[in-house]
Design a protein around this ligand. Structure first.
Ligand SMILES: [Zn+2]
Length: 226
């Protein structure tokens, strides 16, 4: 089942029901809370007025840590300011990664979003720092062009017909038969389960703040959204 936070990233409040309880961890019929995964932190918010600041994935289950018991019908509300910043940050990470890939051919090996900065790791033997400002400028140009960001689900075989996604084939287990695609029109296409804005113009502007070497071929850059 595709959770509600994927179907509509802009939904701030939602009514649902308790499905199962395991100690402090509660699973609901559906959820607007993003669970910590894929380099994006979980959402914070309230469920029936009770604070939620830990949401995790265990297998297929999305579990919300609650300090008080709940049962039956509930009302969910996410901290929108935090979530929206992650949506902007996450979409910006796709754009900057795509610029780095197009400019250097470097493979992106990881990323981590936090409230004040975003980290991207990539594999590149020759790292010319003087190009950072050019990457930043190109990413900001794409952002300001206002590209639509579309998300949709494709059957596995369909998804792997897209040239940009073929490289994922070995990484995604056979059990995953449906693949969620995030397409920044005219710019980038990825398989991703995160939350994104609908249009790149919502991001605003990015600034690369730091670059580090992490081992022989591994590079790490940090950026902020302004
Ligand atoms: Zn994404």
């Amino acid at each position: 089942m595709i959770p509600m936070y994927m179907k509509d990233c802009y939904l701030k409040e939602f009514d649902t029901e308790v499905k199962s309880v395991d100690g402090n961890y509660v699973e609901f019929n559906d959820t607007i809370f993003y669970p910590r995964s894929g380099g994006q932190p979980c959402d914070h918010g309230t469920i029936n007025g009770i604070r939620v600041d830990e949401v995790i994935k265990r297998g297929e289950k999305i579990l919300h840590k609650l300090s008080e018991p709940v049962s039956g019908k509930v009302h969910m509300k996410i901290d929108w300011e935090r979530r929206y910043k992650f949506m902007r940050s996450h979409t910006a990470a796709h754009i900057l990664s795509s610029v780095i890939f197009k400019e250097t051919g470097a493979l992106i090996t990881g990323n981590q979003i936090s409230e004040d900065k975003i980290r991207i790791d990539f594999n590149l033997p020759e790292f010319d720092r003087s190009r950072l400002s050019e990457w930043e400028r190109k990413a900001n140009e794409i952002i300001s062009e206002g590209h639509a960001v579309k998300t949709y689900v494709l059957p596995r075989e369909e998804a792997f017909k897209i040239p940009d996604l073929v490289k994922l084939k070995k990484m995604l287990p056979e059990s995953i038969q449906e693949i969620r695609i995030v397409e920044i029109e005219g710019i980038d296409i990825q398989a991703c389960g995160g939350t994104h804005v609908k249009n790149t113009s919502e991001i605003g502007k990015i600034k690369i703040t730091k670059a580090e070497n992490k081992g022989k071929n591994n590079r790490r850059i940090y950026f902020e959204i302004l």
